[in-house]
Design a binder for this molecule. Structure first.
Ligand SMILES: Cc1cc2nc3c(=O)[nH]c(=O)nc-3n(C[C@H](O)[C@H](O)[C@H](O)COP(=O)(O)OP(=O)(O)OC[C@H]3O[C@@H](n4cnc5c(N)ncnc54)[C@H](O)[C@@H]3O)c2cc1C
Length: 456
């Protein structure tokens, strides 16, 4: 039986980060079943053919160059008392410390018809290959994407770009409802519609119908999206049967089967850990999507299933093994996406989410990405959300013709550092014609000043 100082179950961003940080200073084994660890964020762009499918694979050498063993297998049982894990191929590995980095799987809601052919979710290499194969070699002409979060929006645009009639369905009244408030995303929503994507907001898929494969998608208002249009069938005798694809992108859930009845404490959103990533069991840790954690703003349990959360969680664990004394600060959920010509991004709480428990005040600003008299200047808008009274910043959102992640990250830092609107109004910034608005103003300062002016 091989024994490791640190044994990690899962080879996603969390597992990979642990191997990189511990680089040859401990014996590390990483167990994962997949042929390739995926760059998930890039998957929609492989469908759109902006990148080749193989460009969504991470190199195994990221793990093996760090001195860790990459074990291609699936863990089927963990014996926490004996400190051993058992795999599908009947191997047994011993550990000094065990890290659960098993991620999360996409939710397929329990609705009638969910097991029909061509109903799927979107996370694995196999999912990606299946969609590409359907589109290239099948007679798929329509797609319904369920869930208008960042993954759903990116996927819907990719499917539309390769020529499919595309429908995007979401229960919320706007797209990206967890990231952006209505007034900040309306323009981008309009782009989706103009691009020809059929948006079904305030709508829920309640049933999928078909004999073998999915043929009809039934919404809660009674509307039916049909893959087999009656009028098309009468066009000609050599009519090729049309087929459709339904992809659910409605969120992720942690698979708990491996941990059930083991004594490991589980919460509604995953494995319960403290700031050091320790579970309730000795020498057992959990990091990344499989770990339940709290908002860095409210302290309440929230979902934070992002690679940008998984990596810092894994760093906290790994750096502590090397003598540090770090604690994970919580989820802030800075994230971004692209919609047609727009870049959209947000961090912290939306106004809608924050105002369910807190009294909020908001400010808006709009400038250009560079000096407005320079060629290529584009609009950039910001919304800042703060707590009334304390003025601490709770969230921020951006919509721009240029990438916004740098701005999102500055605002995450502001929130994480407990800064207030007053600090942001006094923020010392830089300016240059090709790179910013005039020295006379700054997007974040202007949004902060808008809040302060409302409070006068
Ligand atoms: C399409 C898509 C786009 C995304 N875009 C972004 C983005 O733009 N930005 C962002 O921050 N995040 C994005 N995410 C989310 C991000 O990919 C996840 O948050 C991140 O992968 C979580 O990392 P992880 O290591 O915790 O889990 P995962 O990446 O899910 O890895 C879990 C690993 O555990 C393995 N495993 C599970 N069970 C077992 C077992 N029993 N035995 C052995 N191995 C096991 C799995 O096979 C896998 O290797 C996206 C996700 C998807 C699906």
């Amino acid at each position: 039986m091989k024994h490791y100082d640190i044994l990690v179950i899962g080879g996603g961003p969390a597992g990979i980060t642990i191997s990189k940080v511990l680089h040859r200073k401990k014996t590390v084994g990483i167990i994962r079943p997949e042929d390739h660890s995926m760059i998930y964020c890039a998957m929609p762009y492989a469908i759109e053919k902006i990148i080749h499918l193989e460009k969504t694979f991470k190199k195994d050498s990221i793990v093996t160059d760090s001195g860790a063993d990459l074990i291609r297998d699936t863990v089927v049982r963990i014996d926490f008392d004996q400190k051993q894990v058992h795999t599908q191929t009947n191997e047994v590995y011993g550990y000094g410390k065990l890290v659960l980095a098993t991620g999360a799987v996409p939710v397929l809601p329990p609705i009638p018809g969910k097991n029909l052919k061509r109903v799927m979710t979107f996370k694995t290499e196999n999912d990606l290959r299946t969609i590409i194969d359907y589109c290239e070699h099948g007679s798929i002409s329509k797609a319904v994407v369920v869930g208008a979060g960042a993954i759903g929006v990116e996927l819907a645009q990719a499917l539309k770009a390769i020529g499919l009639e595309t429908h995007l369905v979401d229960m919320a009244s706007t797209i990206l409802s967890a990231m952006m408030d209505k007034e900040m995303i309306e323009d981008a929503e309009g782009v989706l519609t103009r691009e020809g994507i059929h948006l079904h907001l305030n709508s829920k898929v309640v049933e999928l119908r078909g004999a073998d494969a999915v043929e009809h998608v039934v919404l809660d208002d009674g509307q039916v999206i049909s893959f087999q249009d009656a009028e098309d069938c009468s066009i000609s005798e050599d009519f090729i049967e049309q087929q459709g694809l339904v992809v659910f992108a409605v969120g992720m859930r942690v698979e708990k089967e491996l941990f059930e009845d083991t004594g490991l404490a589980l919460g509604r959103d995953g494995i319960i850990v403290n700031g050091r990533m320790e579970t309730n069991l000795p020498d057992v840790y959990a990091v990344g999507d499989c770990a339940q954690f709290v908002s860095g703003i409210t302290g309440e349990v929230i979902s934070g299933k992002l690679a940008t959360n998984a990596v810092p969680m894994a760093k906290v664990f790994a750096q502590n093994q090397l003598g540090a004394d770090k604690s994970y600060p919580g989820f802030f959920n800075g994230a971004a996406t692209k919609i047609g010509p727009f870049f959209a991004g947000g961090t912290g709480l939306t106004e809608k989410a924050a105002s369910t428990t807190l009294e909020t005040v908001t400010g808006h600003s709009e400038l250009t990405t560079i000096f407005p008299n320079m060629p290529g200047a584009k609009k950039v808008r910001m919304k800042m959300i703060a707590e009334k009274g304390t003025l601490r910043i709770l969230g921020a959102q951006f919509l721009s013709g240029e990438p916004v992640t740098d701005k999102v990250d500055v605002m995450t830092l502001a929130i994480q550092s407990g800064l207030t609107v007053t600090h942001l109004a006094e923020f010392s910034y830089s300016s240059q014609p090709y790179q910013s608005f005039f020295p006379a103003n700054n997007l974040m300062v202007a949004a902060a000043e808008d809040i302060l002016s409302k409070l006068k």
